[in-house]
Design a binder for this molecule. Structure first.
Ligand SMILES: *[C@@H]1O[C@H](CO)[C@@H](O)[C@H](O)[C@H]1NC(C)=O
Ligand SMILES: *[C@@H]1O[C@H](CO)[C@@H](O)[C@H](O)[C@H]1NC(C)=O
Ligand SMILES: *[C@@H]1O[C@H](CO)[C@@H](O)[C@H](O)[C@H]1NC(C)=O
Ligand SMILES: *[C@@H]1O[C@H](CO)[C@@H](O)[C@H](O)[C@H]1NC(C)=O
Ligand SMILES: *[C@@H]1O[C@H](CO)[C@@H](O)[C@H](O)[C@H]1NC(C)=O
Ligand SMILES: *[C@@H]1O[C@H](CO)[C@@H](O)[C@H](O)[C@H]1NC(C)=O
Length: 460
Protein backbone atom coordinates (compact mmCIF):
# COMPACT_ATOMS: atom_id res chain seq x y z
CA UNK A 1 0.00 0.00 0.00
CA UNK A 2 1.33 3.38 -0.97
CA UNK A 3 1.79 6.08 1.60
CA UNK A 4 -0.67 8.92 1.13
CA UNK A 5 2.14 11.35 0.43
CA UNK A 6 4.01 8.98 -1.87
CA UNK A 7 5.05 9.85 -5.41
CA UNK A 8 1.97 8.13 -6.87
CA UNK A 9 -0.34 10.53 -5.07
CA UNK A 10 1.58 13.55 -6.28
CA UNK A 11 1.47 12.31 -9.85
CA UNK A 12 -2.29 11.85 -9.54
CA UNK A 13 -2.67 15.51 -8.58
CA UNK A 14 -1.04 16.62 -11.82
CA UNK A 15 -3.30 16.95 -14.81
CA UNK A 16 -2.35 15.56 -18.19
CA UNK A 17 -1.76 19.14 -19.37
CA UNK A 18 0.67 19.78 -16.48
CA UNK A 19 2.66 16.71 -17.40
CA UNK A 20 2.73 17.71 -21.06
CA UNK A 21 3.77 21.23 -20.11
CA UNK A 22 6.66 19.92 -18.06
CA UNK A 23 7.98 17.88 -20.97
CA UNK A 24 10.59 18.98 -23.46
CA UNK A 25 9.71 19.47 -27.08
CA UNK A 26 11.17 16.78 -29.35
CA UNK A 27 11.53 19.39 -32.10
CA UNK A 28 14.55 21.40 -33.20
CA UNK A 29 15.04 24.12 -35.82
CA UNK A 30 18.76 24.60 -35.35
CA UNK A 31 19.80 23.44 -38.84
CA UNK A 32 18.21 23.05 -42.25
CA UNK A 33 18.03 19.30 -41.67
CA UNK A 34 16.40 19.78 -38.28
CA UNK A 35 13.85 22.17 -39.79
CA UNK A 36 12.97 19.65 -42.49
CA UNK A 37 12.70 16.80 -40.02
CA UNK A 38 10.53 18.85 -37.67
CA UNK A 39 8.29 20.00 -40.53
CA UNK A 40 7.95 16.44 -41.74
CA UNK A 41 6.70 15.21 -38.35
CA UNK A 42 4.37 18.20 -37.98
CA UNK A 43 2.90 17.57 -41.43
CA UNK A 44 2.28 13.93 -40.54
CA UNK A 45 0.61 14.97 -37.29
CA UNK A 46 -1.53 17.52 -39.17
CA UNK A 47 -2.63 14.92 -41.72
CA UNK A 48 -3.97 12.69 -38.95
CA UNK A 49 -7.00 15.00 -38.92
CA UNK A 50 -7.59 14.56 -42.65
CA UNK A 51 -9.68 11.56 -43.74
CA UNK A 52 -10.51 12.76 -47.26
CA UNK A 53 -8.14 10.27 -48.90
CA UNK A 54 -9.82 7.28 -47.25
CA UNK A 55 -12.49 5.21 -48.94
CA UNK A 56 -16.03 6.41 -48.28
CA UNK A 57 -14.82 9.90 -47.32
CA UNK A 58 -15.14 13.12 -49.33
CA UNK A 59 -11.83 14.33 -50.78
CA UNK A 60 -10.92 17.87 -49.78
CA UNK A 61 -12.88 18.09 -46.54
CA UNK A 62 -11.81 18.17 -42.90
CA UNK A 63 -14.24 16.77 -40.32
CA UNK A 64 -17.14 19.26 -40.22
CA UNK A 65 -18.80 21.63 -40.55
CA UNK A 66 -20.26 22.16 -37.07
CA UNK A 67 -22.13 20.42 -35.60
CA UNK A 68 -20.82 17.41 -37.58
CA UNK A 69 -17.19 18.28 -36.82
CA UNK A 70 -15.17 21.36 -35.89
CA UNK A 71 -13.94 22.56 -39.28
CA UNK A 72 -15.61 24.73 -41.89
CA UNK A 73 -14.99 24.10 -45.60
CA UNK A 74 -12.49 26.91 -46.05
CA UNK A 75 -9.99 25.51 -43.54
CA UNK A 76 -9.23 22.50 -45.74
CA UNK A 77 -8.45 24.93 -48.57
CA UNK A 78 -6.08 26.72 -46.22
CA UNK A 79 -4.52 23.40 -45.19
CA UNK A 80 -3.76 22.50 -48.81
CA UNK A 81 -2.02 25.87 -49.21
CA UNK A 82 0.09 25.05 -46.15
CA UNK A 83 0.95 21.66 -47.68
CA UNK A 84 1.89 23.23 -51.05
CA UNK A 85 4.28 25.60 -49.26
CA UNK A 86 5.59 22.63 -47.26
CA UNK A 87 6.40 20.75 -50.48
CA UNK A 88 7.90 23.84 -52.14
CA UNK A 89 10.17 24.66 -49.20
CA UNK A 90 11.24 21.17 -48.10
CA UNK A 91 10.98 19.17 -51.35
CA UNK A 92 8.93 16.46 -49.62
CA UNK A 93 6.20 15.39 -52.08
CA UNK A 94 4.49 12.88 -49.75
CA UNK A 95 1.20 14.80 -49.69
CA UNK A 96 1.12 16.12 -53.26
CA UNK A 97 -1.29 13.52 -54.66
CA UNK A 98 -3.72 13.90 -51.77
CA UNK A 99 -3.50 17.69 -52.16
CA UNK A 100 -4.19 17.65 -55.91
CA UNK A 101 -7.11 15.24 -55.44
CA UNK A 102 -8.56 17.21 -52.53
CA UNK A 103 -8.45 20.59 -54.28
CA UNK A 104 -9.78 19.27 -57.56
CA UNK A 105 -12.71 17.54 -55.83
CA UNK A 106 -13.86 20.82 -54.28
CA UNK A 107 -13.88 23.04 -57.38
CA UNK A 108 -17.68 22.80 -57.77
CA UNK A 109 -19.75 22.32 -60.92
CA UNK A 110 -18.30 25.43 -62.61
CA UNK A 111 -14.70 25.04 -61.39
CA UNK A 112 -14.79 28.24 -59.36
CA UNK A 113 -14.71 26.89 -55.77
CA UNK A 114 -18.43 27.25 -55.13
CA UNK A 115 -19.45 23.63 -54.56
CA UNK A 116 -23.17 23.38 -53.91
CA UNK A 117 -22.64 21.33 -50.75
CA UNK A 118 -20.98 24.34 -49.14
CA UNK A 119 -23.46 27.11 -49.93
CA UNK A 120 -24.35 27.58 -46.26
CA UNK A 121 -20.82 28.65 -45.40
CA UNK A 122 -19.88 30.18 -48.73
CA UNK A 123 -18.33 33.55 -47.97
CA UNK A 124 -16.17 35.52 -50.38
CA UNK A 125 -13.35 34.83 -47.92
CA UNK A 126 -14.04 31.08 -47.85
CA UNK A 127 -13.98 30.93 -51.66
CA UNK A 128 -10.99 33.30 -51.54
CA UNK A 129 -8.90 30.97 -49.35
CA UNK A 130 -9.30 28.18 -51.93
CA UNK A 131 -8.50 30.71 -54.65
CA UNK A 132 -5.29 31.79 -52.86
CA UNK A 133 -4.28 28.15 -52.54
CA UNK A 134 -4.76 27.65 -56.30
CA UNK A 135 -2.77 30.82 -56.98
CA UNK A 136 0.03 29.54 -54.75
CA UNK A 137 0.10 26.26 -56.67
CA UNK A 138 0.59 28.23 -59.91
CA UNK A 139 3.30 30.45 -58.38
CA UNK A 140 5.23 27.55 -56.90
CA UNK A 141 4.90 25.40 -60.03
CA UNK A 142 3.14 22.72 -58.04
CA UNK A 143 2.55 19.62 -60.21
CA UNK A 144 -0.26 20.37 -62.63
CA UNK A 145 -3.59 18.55 -62.30
CA UNK A 146 -4.48 15.64 -64.58
CA UNK A 147 -5.51 16.28 -68.18
CA UNK A 148 -9.05 17.57 -68.45
CA UNK A 149 -9.03 19.24 -65.04
CA UNK A 150 -8.77 23.03 -64.59
CA UNK A 151 -5.26 24.43 -64.10
CA UNK A 152 -4.28 26.18 -60.86
CA UNK A 153 -4.12 29.52 -62.63
CA UNK A 154 -7.54 29.00 -64.20
CA UNK A 155 -9.00 28.24 -60.76
CA UNK A 156 -7.56 31.44 -59.28
CA UNK A 157 -8.89 33.38 -62.28
CA UNK A 158 -12.31 31.79 -61.78
CA UNK A 159 -12.44 32.96 -58.16
CA UNK A 160 -11.29 36.42 -59.20
CA UNK A 161 -13.84 36.71 -62.01
CA UNK A 162 -16.79 35.62 -59.86
CA UNK A 163 -15.74 38.16 -57.22
CA UNK A 164 -15.22 40.95 -59.76
CA UNK A 165 -18.71 40.36 -61.15
CA UNK A 166 -21.23 43.24 -60.75
CA UNK A 167 -23.44 40.77 -58.82
CA UNK A 168 -20.95 40.96 -55.94
CA UNK A 169 -20.55 44.75 -55.86
CA UNK A 170 -23.58 46.73 -54.76
CA UNK A 171 -23.60 50.43 -53.84
CA UNK A 172 -23.95 50.09 -50.06
CA UNK A 173 -20.94 51.64 -48.33
CA UNK A 174 -19.91 52.92 -51.74
CA UNK A 175 -18.82 49.49 -53.03
CA UNK A 176 -16.72 46.57 -51.86
CA UNK A 177 -17.53 42.91 -51.38
CA UNK A 178 -19.89 41.61 -48.77
CA UNK A 179 -18.69 38.93 -46.38
CA UNK A 180 -21.11 36.22 -47.55
CA UNK A 181 -22.07 35.31 -51.11
CA UNK A 182 -25.64 33.88 -50.93
CA UNK A 183 -28.01 36.65 -49.76
CA UNK A 184 -29.69 34.12 -47.46
CA UNK A 185 -26.51 33.49 -45.44
CA UNK A 186 -26.06 34.95 -42.01
CA UNK A 187 -23.41 37.65 -42.39
CA UNK A 188 -24.63 38.88 -45.79
CA UNK A 189 -25.23 42.43 -44.47
CA UNK A 190 -21.58 42.70 -43.39
CA UNK A 191 -18.71 44.05 -45.50
CA UNK A 192 -15.30 43.17 -44.15
CA UNK A 193 -11.55 43.26 -44.47
CA UNK A 194 -11.00 39.53 -44.95
CA UNK A 195 -13.38 39.07 -47.89
CA UNK A 196 -11.98 42.14 -49.64
CA UNK A 197 -8.44 41.24 -48.58
CA UNK A 198 -8.60 37.83 -50.29
CA UNK A 199 -9.94 39.45 -53.47
CA UNK A 200 -7.22 42.13 -53.34
CA UNK A 201 -4.53 39.50 -52.67
CA UNK A 202 -5.59 37.30 -55.61
CA UNK A 203 -5.89 40.34 -57.90
CA UNK A 204 -2.38 41.56 -57.03
CA UNK A 205 -0.91 38.10 -57.62
CA UNK A 206 -2.76 37.50 -60.89
CA UNK A 207 -1.53 40.90 -62.10
CA UNK A 208 2.06 39.93 -61.41
CA UNK A 209 1.70 36.39 -62.73
CA UNK A 210 -0.08 37.26 -66.01
CA UNK A 211 0.76 40.93 -66.55
CA UNK A 212 -2.94 41.61 -67.27
CA UNK A 213 -3.83 45.08 -65.94
CA UNK A 214 -7.47 44.16 -65.30
CA UNK A 215 -6.26 42.44 -62.13
CA UNK A 216 -4.09 45.30 -60.88
CA UNK A 217 -6.85 47.82 -61.62
CA UNK A 218 -9.18 45.83 -59.37
CA UNK A 219 -6.52 45.51 -56.68
CA UNK A 220 -6.01 49.30 -56.69
CA UNK A 221 -9.74 49.91 -56.67
CA UNK A 222 -10.28 47.47 -53.80
CA UNK A 223 -7.52 49.00 -51.70
CA UNK A 224 -8.91 52.50 -52.29
CA UNK A 225 -12.45 51.51 -51.37
CA UNK A 226 -11.32 49.62 -48.28
CA UNK A 227 -9.07 52.41 -47.01
CA UNK A 228 -11.73 54.99 -47.93
CA UNK A 229 -14.52 53.32 -45.97
CA UNK A 230 -12.25 53.35 -42.90
CA UNK A 231 -11.38 49.65 -42.53
CA UNK A 232 -7.73 50.72 -42.72
CA UNK A 233 -6.79 53.26 -40.07
CA UNK A 234 -5.03 55.97 -42.09
CA UNK A 235 -2.83 56.93 -39.12
CA UNK A 236 -1.79 53.69 -37.49
CA UNK A 237 -2.41 51.23 -40.34
CA UNK A 238 -4.50 49.09 -38.04
CA UNK A 239 -6.88 46.90 -40.04
CA UNK A 240 -10.41 46.77 -38.64
CA UNK A 241 -12.70 43.80 -39.09
CA UNK A 242 -15.70 45.25 -40.94
CA UNK A 243 -19.07 47.00 -40.70
CA UNK A 244 -22.78 46.71 -41.43
CA UNK A 245 -24.26 47.84 -44.75
CA UNK A 246 -27.50 48.90 -43.02
CA UNK A 247 -25.69 51.93 -41.59
CA UNK A 248 -23.48 52.48 -44.65
CA UNK A 249 -20.52 50.89 -42.85
CA UNK A 250 -20.30 53.64 -40.23
CA UNK A 251 -20.37 51.24 -37.24
CA UNK A 252 -16.88 49.86 -37.77
CA UNK A 253 -16.01 46.80 -35.69
CA UNK A 254 -12.47 47.69 -34.66
CA UNK A 255 -11.35 44.17 -33.75
CA UNK A 256 -7.94 43.41 -35.26
CA UNK A 257 -7.14 39.91 -36.50
CA UNK A 258 -3.71 38.77 -37.62
CA UNK A 259 -4.88 37.12 -40.85
CA UNK A 260 -6.21 40.48 -42.05
CA UNK A 261 -2.77 41.97 -41.53
CA UNK A 262 -1.10 39.13 -43.42
CA UNK A 263 -3.52 38.93 -46.35
CA UNK A 264 -3.32 42.69 -47.06
CA UNK A 265 0.44 42.83 -46.48
CA UNK A 266 1.15 40.02 -48.92
CA UNK A 267 -1.13 41.56 -51.56
CA UNK A 268 0.55 44.96 -51.11
CA UNK A 269 4.00 43.32 -51.35
CA UNK A 270 3.00 41.72 -54.67
CA UNK A 271 1.71 45.10 -55.88
CA UNK A 272 5.08 46.61 -55.00
CA UNK A 273 6.92 43.76 -56.78
CA UNK A 274 4.74 44.32 -59.84
CA UNK A 275 4.78 48.14 -59.92
CA UNK A 276 7.96 49.08 -57.98
CA UNK A 277 6.04 52.18 -56.94
CA UNK A 278 6.87 54.12 -53.78
CA UNK A 279 3.20 54.33 -52.94
CA UNK A 280 3.10 50.55 -52.47
CA UNK A 281 6.46 50.53 -50.72
CA UNK A 282 5.17 52.97 -48.10
CA UNK A 283 2.01 50.93 -47.61
CA UNK A 284 4.02 47.72 -47.20
CA UNK A 285 6.31 49.32 -44.64
CA UNK A 286 3.43 50.71 -42.60
CA UNK A 287 1.58 47.39 -42.62
CA UNK A 288 4.74 45.57 -41.50
CA UNK A 289 5.39 48.01 -38.66
CA UNK A 290 1.86 47.87 -37.32
CA UNK A 291 1.59 44.12 -37.90
CA UNK A 292 4.80 43.19 -36.07
CA UNK A 293 3.93 45.43 -33.14
CA UNK A 294 0.37 44.14 -32.83
CA UNK A 295 0.64 40.46 -33.68
CA UNK A 296 4.18 39.78 -32.41
CA UNK A 297 4.27 41.97 -29.27
CA UNK A 298 7.06 39.87 -27.69
CA UNK A 299 8.46 38.76 -31.03
CA UNK A 300 6.11 35.76 -30.83
CA UNK A 301 2.89 35.30 -32.81
CA UNK A 302 -0.12 36.39 -30.77
CA UNK A 303 -3.84 36.85 -31.51
CA UNK A 304 -4.71 39.89 -29.38
CA UNK A 305 -8.46 39.88 -29.96
CA UNK A 306 -9.11 36.42 -28.51
CA UNK A 307 -5.93 34.80 -27.13
CA UNK A 308 -5.83 36.62 -23.77
CA UNK A 309 -9.33 35.38 -22.92
CA UNK A 310 -9.08 31.93 -24.48
CA UNK A 311 -11.99 32.85 -26.76
CA UNK A 312 -10.42 32.08 -30.15
CA UNK A 313 -12.82 30.18 -32.42
CA UNK A 314 -11.68 27.14 -34.40
CA UNK A 315 -11.14 29.49 -37.37
CA UNK A 316 -9.02 31.90 -35.33
CA UNK A 317 -6.91 29.07 -33.97
CA UNK A 318 -5.44 28.72 -37.47
CA UNK A 319 -4.43 32.34 -38.19
CA UNK A 320 -0.84 32.24 -36.89
CA UNK A 321 0.27 29.88 -39.64
CA UNK A 322 -0.99 32.16 -42.43
CA UNK A 323 0.75 35.09 -40.80
CA UNK A 324 4.08 33.25 -40.71
CA UNK A 325 3.76 31.99 -44.28
CA UNK A 326 2.56 35.23 -45.81
CA UNK A 327 5.02 37.42 -43.91
CA UNK A 328 7.77 35.05 -45.10
CA UNK A 329 6.70 35.34 -48.76
CA UNK A 330 6.53 39.11 -48.29
CA UNK A 331 10.26 39.09 -47.58
CA UNK A 332 10.84 37.49 -50.99
CA UNK A 333 8.63 39.66 -53.17
CA UNK A 334 9.44 42.84 -51.22
CA UNK A 335 13.02 42.14 -50.02
CA UNK A 336 13.32 45.51 -48.26
CA UNK A 337 11.12 44.01 -45.48
CA UNK A 338 13.40 41.01 -44.81
CA UNK A 339 15.64 42.59 -42.16
CA UNK A 340 12.63 43.51 -40.02
CA UNK A 341 10.52 40.41 -40.53
CA UNK A 342 12.87 37.41 -40.63
CA UNK A 343 14.36 37.68 -37.10
CA UNK A 344 10.85 37.92 -35.66
CA UNK A 345 9.63 34.86 -37.57
CA UNK A 346 12.62 32.91 -36.27
CA UNK A 347 12.05 33.91 -32.65
CA UNK A 348 8.35 33.14 -32.99
CA UNK A 349 8.98 29.70 -34.55
CA UNK A 350 11.39 28.90 -31.70
CA UNK A 351 8.62 29.64 -29.20
CA UNK A 352 6.11 27.72 -31.32
CA UNK A 353 7.96 24.40 -31.19
CA UNK A 354 8.79 24.77 -27.51
CA UNK A 355 5.13 24.30 -26.51
CA UNK A 356 4.61 21.22 -28.72
CA UNK A 357 4.70 18.68 -25.89
CA UNK A 358 1.12 17.39 -25.76
CA UNK A 359 -0.66 14.19 -26.67
CA UNK A 360 0.35 10.55 -26.45
CA UNK A 361 3.54 11.12 -28.45
CA UNK A 362 4.47 14.22 -26.40
CA UNK A 363 4.64 16.49 -29.44
CA UNK A 364 1.15 17.90 -30.11
CA UNK A 365 1.06 21.68 -30.36
CA UNK A 366 -1.23 24.12 -28.58
CA UNK A 367 -1.93 27.78 -29.32
CA UNK A 368 -0.26 29.87 -26.57
CA UNK A 369 3.19 30.20 -28.05
CA UNK A 370 4.38 32.96 -25.76
CA UNK A 371 3.58 30.99 -22.58
CA UNK A 372 6.27 28.40 -23.28
CA UNK A 373 3.79 25.66 -22.30
CA UNK A 374 1.39 23.34 -24.07
CA UNK A 375 -2.09 24.67 -23.30
CA UNK A 376 -3.84 21.30 -23.33
CA UNK A 377 -5.81 21.69 -26.58
CA UNK A 378 -4.72 20.75 -30.05
CA UNK A 379 -6.32 20.54 -33.49
CA UNK A 380 -5.84 21.29 -37.17
CA UNK A 381 -5.20 25.00 -36.57
CA UNK A 382 -2.65 24.43 -33.81
CA UNK A 383 -0.67 21.86 -35.86
CA UNK A 384 -0.95 23.83 -39.10
CA UNK A 385 0.28 27.03 -37.44
CA UNK A 386 3.49 25.45 -36.23
CA UNK A 387 4.02 23.62 -39.53
CA UNK A 388 3.67 26.96 -41.37
CA UNK A 389 6.05 28.71 -38.97
CA UNK A 390 8.68 25.97 -39.19
CA UNK A 391 8.62 25.38 -42.95
CA UNK A 392 8.70 29.15 -43.62
CA UNK A 393 12.14 29.25 -41.97
CA UNK A 394 13.43 27.78 -45.26
CA UNK A 395 12.20 30.79 -47.26
CA UNK A 396 15.72 32.18 -47.76
CA UNK A 397 16.84 29.03 -49.54
CA UNK A 398 13.94 28.87 -51.97
CA UNK A 399 13.39 30.56 -55.27
CA UNK A 400 10.50 32.96 -55.15
CA UNK A 401 7.08 32.71 -56.79
CA UNK A 402 7.26 32.47 -60.59
CA UNK A 403 5.18 34.20 -63.24
CA UNK A 404 4.06 32.91 -66.62
CA UNK A 405 7.15 34.50 -68.16
CA UNK A 406 9.64 33.21 -65.57
CA UNK A 407 8.92 29.51 -65.64
CA UNK A 408 5.27 29.22 -64.59
CA UNK A 409 3.57 26.32 -66.36
CA UNK A 410 0.05 26.49 -64.99
CA UNK A 411 -2.80 26.49 -67.50
CA UNK A 412 -4.94 29.61 -67.26
CA UNK A 413 -8.33 30.64 -68.56
CA UNK A 414 -9.06 34.38 -68.40
CA UNK A 415 -12.76 33.65 -68.93
CA UNK A 416 -13.12 31.12 -66.11
CA UNK A 417 -15.74 31.81 -63.45
CA UNK A 418 -18.31 33.31 -65.81
CA UNK A 419 -21.26 32.43 -63.57
CA UNK A 420 -20.89 34.09 -60.17
CA UNK A 421 -24.02 32.31 -58.97
CA UNK A 422 -22.91 28.77 -59.80
CA UNK A 423 -23.48 27.77 -56.17
CA UNK A 424 -27.24 27.95 -56.74
CA UNK A 425 -29.03 24.70 -57.36
CA UNK A 426 -30.77 25.06 -60.74
CA UNK A 427 -34.54 25.22 -60.45
CA UNK A 428 -36.14 22.18 -62.09
CA UNK A 429 -39.59 22.50 -63.67
CA UNK A 430 -41.97 20.94 -61.11
CA UNK A 431 -44.56 18.42 -62.24
CA UNK A 432 -47.78 17.93 -60.28
CA UNK A 433 -46.61 14.56 -58.96
CA UNK A 434 -43.45 16.10 -57.50
CA UNK A 435 -45.15 18.79 -55.46
CA UNK A 436 -45.85 16.92 -52.26
CA UNK A 437 -42.30 15.60 -52.25
CA UNK A 438 -40.91 19.06 -52.94
CA UNK A 439 -42.65 20.67 -49.99
CA UNK A 440 -41.30 17.98 -47.68
CA UNK A 441 -37.81 18.58 -49.03
CA UNK A 442 -38.27 22.32 -48.49
CA UNK A 443 -39.25 21.78 -44.87
CA UNK A 444 -36.22 19.58 -44.27
CA UNK A 445 -33.87 22.06 -45.99
CA UNK A 446 -35.27 25.00 -44.02
CA UNK A 447 -34.98 23.17 -40.70
CA UNK A 448 -31.43 22.04 -41.28
CA UNK A 449 -30.47 25.52 -42.53
CA UNK A 450 -31.72 27.06 -39.33
CA UNK A 451 -29.88 24.59 -37.13
CA UNK A 452 -26.65 25.03 -39.10
CA UNK A 453 -26.91 28.82 -38.92
CA UNK A 454 -27.17 28.56 -35.17
CA UNK A 455 -23.71 27.07 -35.17
CA UNK A 456 -22.03 29.46 -37.53
CA UNK A 457 -19.45 31.67 -35.96
CA UNK A 458 -18.05 35.01 -36.96
CA UNK A 459 -14.72 34.75 -38.67
CA UNK A 460 -13.74 33.29 -42.01
C1 LIG B 1 -4.11 9.06 -46.44
O1 LIG B 1 -2.98 9.89 -46.26
C2 LIG B 1 -2.24 9.63 -45.07
C3 LIG B 1 -1.16 10.66 -44.96
O2 LIG B 1 -0.30 10.56 -46.06
C4 LIG B 1 -1.69 8.21 -45.11
O3 LIG B 1 -1.01 7.93 -43.90
C5 LIG B 1 -2.84 7.24 -45.30
O4 LIG B 1 -2.32 5.95 -45.46
C6 LIG B 1 -3.66 7.61 -46.54
N1 LIG B 1 -4.82 6.74 -46.60
C7 LIG B 1 -5.15 6.08 -47.71
C8 LIG B 1 -6.35 5.21 -47.61
O5 LIG B 1 -4.51 6.18 -48.75
C1 LIG C 1 -21.48 16.62 -51.66
O1 LIG C 1 -22.18 15.81 -50.72
C2 LIG C 1 -22.51 14.51 -51.20
C3 LIG C 1 -23.36 13.84 -50.15
O2 LIG C 1 -22.68 13.80 -48.92
C4 LIG C 1 -21.22 13.74 -51.51
O3 LIG C 1 -21.54 12.49 -52.04
C5 LIG C 1 -20.41 14.54 -52.52
O4 LIG C 1 -19.19 13.89 -52.74
C6 LIG C 1 -20.15 15.95 -52.01
N1 LIG C 1 -19.43 16.73 -53.00
C7 LIG C 1 -18.41 17.54 -52.67
C8 LIG C 1 -17.81 18.32 -53.79
O5 LIG C 1 -17.98 17.66 -51.54
C1 LIG D 1 1.31 35.20 -69.97
O1 LIG D 1 -0.07 35.49 -69.83
C2 LIG D 1 -0.53 36.55 -70.66
C3 LIG D 1 -1.95 36.88 -70.26
O2 LIG D 1 -2.74 35.74 -70.24
C4 LIG D 1 -0.39 36.12 -72.11
O3 LIG D 1 -0.78 37.20 -72.94
C5 LIG D 1 1.06 35.77 -72.39
O4 LIG D 1 1.16 35.25 -73.68
C6 LIG D 1 1.57 34.75 -71.39
N1 LIG D 1 3.00 34.59 -71.56
C7 LIG D 1 3.57 33.39 -71.68
C8 LIG D 1 5.05 33.37 -71.80
O5 LIG D 1 2.91 32.36 -71.63
C1 LIG E 1 -21.69 55.92 -47.47
O1 LIG E 1 -20.31 55.76 -47.18
C2 LIG E 1 -19.47 56.10 -48.27
C3 LIG E 1 -18.06 55.63 -47.97
O2 LIG E 1 -17.68 55.92 -46.68
C4 LIG E 1 -19.60 57.58 -48.55
O3 LIG E 1 -18.75 57.95 -49.60
C5 LIG E 1 -21.05 57.86 -48.91
O4 LIG E 1 -21.23 59.26 -49.10
C6 LIG E 1 -21.99 57.38 -47.83
N1 LIG E 1 -23.36 57.47 -48.31
C7 LIG E 1 -24.35 57.95 -47.58
C8 LIG E 1 -25.72 57.92 -48.21
O5 LIG E 1 -24.17 58.40 -46.45
C1 LIG F 1 10.00 40.23 -57.09
O1 LIG F 1 9.78 38.91 -56.60
C2 LIG F 1 10.70 37.96 -57.08
C3 LIG F 1 10.24 36.58 -56.65
O2 LIG F 1 10.34 36.35 -55.34
C4 LIG F 1 12.08 38.31 -56.59
O3 LIG F 1 13.02 37.37 -57.06
C5 LIG F 1 12.44 39.70 -57.11
O4 LIG F 1 13.70 40.09 -56.62
C6 LIG F 1 11.38 40.70 -56.67
N1 LIG F 1 11.64 41.98 -57.29
C7 LIG F 1 12.28 42.97 -56.66
C8 LIG F 1 12.48 44.22 -57.45
O5 LIG F 1 12.67 42.90 -55.52
C1 LIG G 1 -7.44 40.13 -68.68
O1 LIG G 1 -8.32 39.72 -67.65
C2 LIG G 1 -9.68 40.01 -67.93
C3 LIG G 1 -10.48 39.66 -66.69
O2 LIG G 1 -10.41 38.32 -66.42
C4 LIG G 1 -10.13 39.26 -69.16
O3 LIG G 1 -11.46 39.59 -69.46
C5 LIG G 1 -9.22 39.61 -70.33
O4 LIG G 1 -9.56 38.82 -71.44
C6 LIG G 1 -7.76 39.38 -69.97
N1 LIG G 1 -6.90 39.82 -71.03
C7 LIG G 1 -5.96 39.03 -71.55
C8 LIG G 1 -5.11 39.64 -72.62
O5 LIG G 1 -5.78 37.88 -71.19
Amino acid sequence: MKSFFGPGAIAALLTAADIAAAQQTPFSISSTDDIKKTASILSWDLLQYYKGNESGQTPGLLPGPPPVGPYYWWEAGAMFGTLIDYWFLTGDSTYNDLTIAGIQFQTGTDDDFQPRNETLSLGNDDQGFWGMTAMLAAEENFPNPPEGRPGWLALAQAVFNTQASPDRHDDTCNGGLRWQIPPTNKGYPYKNSIANGCFFNIGARLARYTGNTTYSDWAEKTWNWWAGVGFLDAETYAIYDGADVAVNCTDINKAEFSYNSAVWLLGAAYMWNHTKSDVWKTRVNKLVDHGLETFFPKGIAYEPTCEPWGTCSTDMLSFKGYVHRWYATTTQVAPFTAAKILPVLKKSATAAIKQCTGGALGRQCGFKWDSGKYDGVTGVGQEMNVLGAVSSLLIGGSKGPVTNSTGGTSQGNPNAGANPNSFEIPVQPITAGDKAGASIVTIIVVCSTVSLLGWMSLGA
